[in-house]
Design a protein around this ligand. Structure first.
Ligand code: SF4
Length: 311
């Protein structure tokens, strides 16, 4: 963490020095946490006079997403007059990719996130660096990657820092250099490199310095909804239909009841996934198959009481 770049707001939250970045990239899914993150970012960026540096990015998961998600994300960005970019994996969409790979992603192997979100967003970073260089910028371009992840969502997210450097082996910053030196020392002694000594495989490199900021990391779900209602932004109808989160229609991390509710609302995509599951011979998840979800959705026409999920 680069402490000199942090200040604290009225609520004691860490706020990076937004003016020290050439680009502020706000990752939005159009869900409630993204909406709260965007409203919070806009407050701080307005105060810092850097609204023109924000680029709102939506990683498009195509047919796997709820209908209208991409359009709603664009609407949220437009409400604040912000630049909006859509990124996507080159090649097949998530459902076709599952079929190509012959397997669903899982909690332990979330290739859906790395291939369909992280990778495409990094390509946007590359394009933004080029824009800065074309405009005459010399040296590393500073990018602040802003996301709506919250500690309450899962034990893994609880461990995240609200602000961190997205370090990498090729990043020349002092922190990554220090870690590289430590790692090389361990290697020279034939010892395993401990986690704290690894620069990581983050988004920084010789041309860009990337930090990550989670402005709503400490917020509760109630805090999030308060900010969403106060913003006046339109909320995706999936929430009113009973879904606790907006993600892929059939997220591999979702609770069973959420999957059943989604199958009631999206019978076509549910049937398609069940057919994929049958063709590849790989279950949607160890504890539940899409075939079971489809059957349960058909047998229970009433909306189930939907449990949220961690992930
Ligand atoms: S929402 Fe779930 S299934 Fe979709 S990309 Fe994220 S983790 Fe994977």
């Amino acid at each position: 963490m680069v402490h000199s770049q942090l200040a604290f707001d009225l609520f004691g939250q860490e706020v990076p020095d937004l003016a020290s970045y050439q680009w502020i990239v706000a990752n939005v899914s159009a869900g409630k946490d993204s909406m709260a993150m965007l409203t919070e970012l806009v407050v701080h960026a307005t105060a810092a006079g850097v609204m023109d540096r924000i680029v709102v990015v939506h990683a498009d998961l195509g047919e796997a997403e709820w209908e209208g998600t991409r359009e709603l994300a664009a609407e949220h960005a437009a409400a604040y007059g912000l630049r909006f970019e859509v990124v996507a994996r080159t090649g097949s969409g998530l459902i076709d990719r599952i079929e190509e790979r012959g397997m669903f992603p899982s909690a332990d192997n979330r290739w859906c996130t790395s291939d369909f979100k992280r990778g495409p967003v990094r390509r946007l970073f590359t394009a933004l660096v080029r824009e800065s260089e074309a405009a005459g910028h010399r040296g590393q371009v500073r990018i602040l990657n802003v996301m709506g992840l919250r500690a309450d969502e899962s034990p893994a997210r609880r461990k995240l820092l609200a602000f961190s450097h997205d370090g990498a082996w090729t990043c020349p910053c002092p922190e990554c250099r220090r870690r590289r030196a430590l790692a090389e020392g361990y290697k020279a002694r034939g010892q395993k490199v401990p986690k704290h000594a690894k620069p990581g495989w983050g988004a920084s490199n010789t041309r860009r310095h990337v930090d990550t900021w989670l402005p709503v990391h400490a917020w509760t779900t109630a805090d999030v909804w308060s900010a969403v209602w106060a913003s006046g932004l339109r909320v995706h109808p999936a929430y009113a239909a009973g879904m606790p989160r907006l993600s892929c229609m059939f997220c591999i991390l979702a609770s069973r009841s959420a999957l059943v509710r989604s199958a009631q609302l999206n019978p076509g995509p549910a049937a398609r996934l069940a057919a994929v599951e049958a063709r590849i011979g790989h279950r949607f998840r160890l504890d539940v198959s899409m075939a079971e979800i489809v059957a349960e959705a058909a047998a229970t026409p009433e909306p189930p009481k939907v449990a949220c999920w961690q992930g």
